[in-house]
Design a binder for this molecule. Structure first.
Ligand code: SF4
Length: 549
């Protein structure tokens, strides 16, 4: 999104983005406001998507032969001219197309496919799954992305991806404006991560709330975003205000919005998303107003994210600067004779390059295995087959440790913080490296992660505490007295360190960054150890009870 020669210009992403972001992107007075550093995870996802698109383009080009026209690499204007020429010549497939600016609308299509009437339909290439097992998706063969060959699929159903549908609607409107849209049914194609079929979306099916079809939904959203951007560009009163939502986490404008929200003591600092908007609309726009309500009373509006009483207590905790409030006097944390804190480090979708382990024996038993921290890692840039070696070593060590405990009649527990990430990569590693030496079966991994020995401390914290500033380990462990050695420790920074550690950007690998990552991982597992020991200690009594607020 940008302002081109004094005009508002919006691409397809504008209709799924935060409205305030559209405002800030067009507000000249915001141009010098604070912004977050580029998100390395997002950059990696973009690079992965670009590589996926290039691979799909090459495969399709080989199958289409002389029917394939690709715009040359070059400026947007050169690609736009080449697209116009290809459409005018009636090319069957036009790859890497740029469509002419249409009022405020700008857009690029991975592929334009000629229909039987000579008009075109858009096809986009995405790096996520677009179908699930089931039936009823309209799919056609990958190598012949033509609607005429599509049929209801007995083995797939469409996965809900509204972003894809709105992007196809955007491109359809652009094709219409230059007179190159097909007069036939409004359909757009998607080639997903598996790239085995083309999924066709019917953009005129009433699949949206209120019985809207995708084109109607798109039109309403696009008109709204144009109004927001136009008002911002003209310096008129803002049509969109900041309110904390999930998107804020990765939004470059967060430092700007955070300052405004903190200044206003906005209610979304405690409750984000729809709940904050509903409360604001009901006249509860600040943390103080929420804190003043009776937690036992009727909520001003129904809340979807959490019980109303919890929301009021959170607001009161926020007011007093308390990161944590106990729900109950005594917190229950399962403990064992032999304990292991585990933390995995991954890099985007490329793989899990490190499994860090902190072994401790509160019972004082001699296991014959060194206690303390150790890491199983690969330092070959991901993706690499060496990840299989590293994962197999980790799993073999864990398997032996559990067996040793069982032999000695000792209880064993392994802890992580938010099991979703660890479980995802445990299962994915078993699947991806099946057949490599030492790799466990999927069933063996499932046995472990569903056993009582695998404990998610995030779930423990969620059950026993209310957390006014979030439940991330970096937020919670300091309440237990833990601090990270590296003042810049964060998930985002670890991505940057990883790139340097393995020499991903053309530089030689940096051993200093490797050490930094090991220290970071070691600190994470020491943080979970500190946290759970603290939760079982008398120090917990210093944390106020929710009923006391
Ligand atoms: S930080 Fe949040 S509120 Fe601000 S523009 Fe980004 S997504 Fe919107």
């Amino acid at each position: 999104m940008a302002v081109i020669a004094g005009r508002v210009a919006l691409d397809a992403s504008s209709v799924v983005r935060c409205r305030r972001r559209v405002h800030l992107d067009h507000d000249p007075s915001a141009a010098h406001g604070p912004r977050a550093e580029p998100d390395p995870a997002l950059e990696q996802r973009r690079a992965d998507a670009t590589a996926h698109r290039a691979e799909i383009g090459a495969r399709l080009a080989a199958l289409a032969g002389a029917d394939w026209v690709a715009t040359p690499d070059g400026s947007v204007h050169e690609r736009e001219r080449a697209t116009s020429a290809a459409l005018a010549s009636g090319a069957r497939y036009v790859w890497n197309a740029v469509l002419p600016v249409d009022g405020a609308r700008t857009g690029e299509a991975d592929l334009l496919v000629r229909a039987e009437d000579g008009g075109y339909r858009p096809v986009i290439v995405v790096r996520h799954r677009v179908t699930d097992p089931g039936a009823g998706a309209l799919t056609g063969p990958f190598g012949l992305p033509k609607v005429e060959l599509a049929a209801p699929d007995p083995a797939r159903r469409p996965r809900s991806q509204s972003r894809d549908q709105l992007r196809l609607a955007h491109l359809t409107r652009m094709l219409e404006s230059i007179g190159h849209a097909t007069a036939g049914p409004a359909l757009g194609g998607v080639i997903g991560l598996d790239a085995d079929v083309v999924l066709w979306h019917d953009l005129s099916a009433p699949t949206w709330p209120g019985g809207h079809d995708t084109l109607q939904e798109y039109d309403a959203r696009f008109a709204d975003r144009v109004a927001v951007a136009t008002a911002a560009a003209a310096g008129e009163p803002a049509l969109a205000e900041p309110s904390r939502i999930t998107e804020c986490r990765r939004c470059p404008w967060w430092p700007t919005c955070e300052a405004v929200l903190a200044d206003r003591r906005d209610v979304s600092l405690v409750l984000r998303g729809e709940d904050a908007m509903a409360l604001r609309a009901a006249g509860v726009g600040t943390v103080a107003q929420l804190a003043a309500l009776d937690p036992a009373g009727e909520p001003p509006v129904p809340l979807g994210g959490m019980p109303f009483a919890d929301a009021v207590v959170l607001a009161r905790a926020f007011q007093r600067g308390l990161p944590l409030v106990r729900r109950v006097a005594e917190v229950k944390v399962p403990r064992a004779d032999v304990e292991l804190d585990v933390d995995m480090e991954s890099f985007s979708e490329s793989g899990a390059y490190m499994w860090g382990c902190l072994l401790s024996t509160p019972s004082g038993v001699d296991l014959g295995v060194p206690v303390g921290y150790r890491a199983f890692a690969t330092w070959e840039p991901l993706p690499t087959a060496d990840e299989a070696r590293s994962f197999a070593e980790f799993w073999g060590w864990l398997r032996e440790l559990r067996a040793r405990c069982a032999e000695l009649g000792l209880s064993f527990a392994a802890y992580c913080y938010n099991e979703q990430a660890e479980n995802r990569w445990l299962l994915a590693s078993a699947d991806r490296f099946a057949g490599h030496p030492g790799i466990p079966s999927r069933a063996e991994v499932i046995e472990f992660i569903t056993s009582d020995a695998w404990i998610d401390l995030f779930a423990v914290v969620s059950e026993w505490f209310l957390c006014a500033h979030g439940k991330g380990l970096k937020r919670i462990a300091p309440a237990a007295g833990f601090t990270w050695h590296d003042p810049d420790a964060s998930g985002e920074n670890s991505m940057r360190w990883y790139r340097a550690a393995v020499g991903m950007d053309g530089e030689p690998p940096d051993p200093g960054q490797r050490d930094r990552l090991l220290r970071y991982n070691s600190d994470d597992v020491h943080a979970t150890l500190t946290l759970r020991e603290w939760m079982c200690s008398p120090g917990l009594a210093d944390i106020p009870l929710a009923a006391e607020l």
